[in-house]
Design a binder for this molecule. Structure first.
Ligand SMILES: [Zn+2]
Ligand SMILES: [Zn+2]
Length: 377
């Protein structure tokens, strides 16, 4: 962009014109030269010139730079001329003409809606992934008219009201002088064309409702509330527009044994006092099948036994969570006389047979262990 342009001359103002004079000069010229009033290319070029001049002279910083012989479009990133990024242009248009430059007819084709369906999975399917054939009620492109909306052998015709422009311009007088406004054409609804013979299958919508089956692969590691986006698997839009997306919302069914927290699984294992005391080898169920675990002698209620990498797969990245077994020691109830005698004998041998009040809080950690066990720790 050459700096040799005479912006003052373009707007027809003196070099010492104040902001108000510059604005008035620009408004007067803009009304004359606006493309909607005067669409010929020479006038449009001139309109661009006065708008550019106004952009510089209405901005004190740019005006000063221009006065000093600099390039006002070099600074501030506004050097793109009249491309898409030239916002003062459209700002001024909007301010003067209430709605900017001509937008042309709008397309009948619009993007289809997104759809969401819920998929119920059990814990194992969430942890390891699953494949499902899902039945979705959706809209597809009308096979009769291929989305155009016209009956076979016919096509949309150009609207005679707006001659295909989709909008009508109106010149009214206001305090600014003549003002150009545009509104959607009532003859064609703004589309610029009219479907005189709508397709009998879709009534001119360009799409038909149908039920189809989608085979989806659900990745390992999803959980309750996970959304999976299947791009382009939603409904097609009106007028043969592109399809929206299909979202799967995962619903994880509760498991009778395992409770999931993140990718870790938790379960409770109740063992008899004797096994806790003497130690034992037990078989338990995991998501991967039966597993053998060792209960160490002296295991306390509330202790946990972790089985590493036996939880759910991570959704993002490799590896798995853990399976955490929470041990509860069951104190025997309803001892028969022989069992009771054995327990009393054990208590005597361990010096634990005692009058009431022997175990005071804190002593041997008995009460704190009891509390931990109660709280499930
Ligand atoms: Zn059709
Ligand atoms: Zn029209």
């Amino acid at each position: 962009m050459s700096v040799a342009v005479d912006y003052y001359g373009t707007l027809g103002v003196r070099r010492d014109a104040n902001a108000d004079e510059i604005k008035k000069a620009y408004r007067r010229l803009a009304r004359e030269l606006h493309p909607d009033v005067n669409p010929d290319p020479v006038t449009q070029e001139r309109f661009k010139e006065i708008t550019q001049a106004y952009e510089v002279l209405s901005d004190p910083e740019k005006r000063q730079m221009y006065d000093l012989g600099g390039d006002p479009f070099a600074a501030g990133g506004g050097a793109a001329g009249f491309g898409a990024g030239f916002s003062p242009f459209s700002d001024i248009m909007d301010a003067f003409f209430g709605g900017g430059a001509s937008r042309g007819p709008r397309s009948r084709a619009r993007r289809g809606r997104n759809a969401t369906i819920r998929v119920e999975l059990d814990l194992s399917e969430c942890a390891f992934g699953a494949t499902r054939d899902l039945t979705v009620d959706t809209a597809v492109v009308c096979p009769t008219c291929s989305g155009e909306g016209s009956a076979p052998g016919s096509h949309p015709t150009t609207c005679e009201v707006c001659h295909g422009r989709g909008e009508l311009n109106q010149v009214t007088r206001s305090f600014l002088g003549q003002v150009m406004t545009s509104r959607p054409c009532p003859g064609c609804g703004g589309f610029g064309t009219i479907i005189r013979m709508p397709c009998p299958e879709c009534d001119g919508d360009g799409r038909v409702r149908t039920r189809r089956t989608v085979k989806v692969r659900i990745p390992a590691g999803v959980e309750d509330g996970t959304h999976i986006q299947l791009a382009g698997e939603g409904e097609v839009g009106p007028g043969g527009g592109p399809p929206g997306d299909l979202f799967l919302e995962i619903v994880q069914q509760p498991h009778p044994i395992f409770e999931r927290q993140g990718d870790d699984l938790h379960c409770t294992l109740t063992i008899p006092m004797t096994a806790a005391s003497l130690g034992a080898t037990l078989q338990i169920q995991t998501l991967d099948g039966p597993a053998t675990i060792d209960i160490r002698p002296g295991t306390q209620s509330g202790q946990t036994i972790p089985l590493f990498a036996q939880g759910s797969s991570h959704l993002h990245g490799p590896g798995r969570g853990d399976l955490i077994i929470h041990v509860t020691v069951e104190t025997p109830v309803k001892l028969d006389p022989e069992q009771e005698e054995l327990v009393r004998q054990l208590a005597r041998l361990r010096g634990e047979e005692s009058p009431p009040g022997r175990f005071s809080p804190g002593e041997q950690g008995f009460f704190s262990r009891l509390r931990d066990a109660f709280n499930g720790r």
